[in-house]
Ligand binder design. Sequence first.
Ligand code: AMP
Ligand code: MG
Length: 407
Amino acid sequence: MISVKEAKSIIQGKIFKLDSEVVPLDRSMGRIIFEDVVATFPSPRFNNSAMDGFAVRSSDIIGASNQNPITLKNIGISSAGVPSDLILNEGECMQCMTGAKIPSGSDAIVMVEHTTGFSDDPNVEIMIEVQPESHIRKRGEEIQKGDKLISKGTHITPSEIGICATFGYGELNVSKKPKIAIFGTGNELVEPGENLKEGEIYNSNLYVFSDLVGKAGGEVLMQDVLKDNKSYLESFLSEALKSCDVVISSGGVSMGRFDYVRDVFIDLGVEEHFWKVAQKPGRPLFFGTGNKTLIIGLPGNPVSSYIGFMIWVWPIINEMMGTDTVKSIEAELTEPFPVENIKYRYLFGKAWIENGKVLCKPSRKIGSHMLTSSLNANCIIGAEPSDIKLSSGDSILINLLPWKIIE
Ligand code: AMP
Ligand code: MG
């Protein structure tokens, strides 16, 4: 049995980075950007109006007010997408809509509300004076050409996709998704929706895995629930080792008489890097490699599988795609935490913010078969092995579940 720290460093040494692929912008959501994105032009690209109004020469309307309107000659229209070539001379103005190019000669916009309005009338009265540059969005005021907008390794969210569209990127170079095989083992497992016979239970782990793989950014290429039977395991695994970057199993890696998963991995030539980690839940964790494929055997108890995925598999998927994984944060316990002497202890928990502090409450359901401990949880709490008990008020590390919020 090795420590959590040793296990992490062994895995670290075996993770490889995936290549990139080019995808259309509208299919890049949720992916990881593979290279820095830079501004292809300054933004705004040209001086344009922030308001519907009149482009003017501010010096022409000094002193203008409701009581003292100043009349200007209306020489045309500049609208969004249809700029005007006309140049504004002294005493002239031009109708200029939001987003439209500011005509040459003009140095400010007067909002239409402070004029006699848009019309084909050659004369317009202006009822307000404005400072030079009023309501003008200046070329390059937001971003200069060549500025770095998004760093390599960033997760593409609505902000990134919007920025890439703004700067005209029709396609993006993103990290490939890790191809993943997930399988569960157990003669007792029945699919939800079917009837249970004596001694049977429903397979829940693969449903959890499948959602977690997608959330982490991977792609489930193969998925099955297998009986505790060596030949079934062999045929699934030999295929998975050929086609997948990561193989994740649930169950069948403990000391049970029918726990064949590890044996079959070894029979198929998988190199075992460790089996059994000083952690609770999930001690019989298996890690091996077959060619380049990474193989993680998680124990079948639903909490061991779920927490095991988050602690061990999620960071692997992130790192393969070149992105950072969620960091632990410090929180203050509101109840005692069941620290173990020689094992790292994980539990689902609920964290929240109160008076500027992050507080957290561990689930009271401490059994690794109790998946309801994950309901209402928004974090996984973890404590190093120690003889010292942790009580309410002590600080502890938590990993927020990335799809949950902390209130
Ligand atoms: P194992 O690691 O195979 O010894 O399984 C440990 C416990 O987890 C047993 O009670 C299994 O019935 C249960 N288990 C295994 N696989 C699953 C699964 N896919 N869904 C729900 N429970 C499971
Ligand atoms: Mg089993």
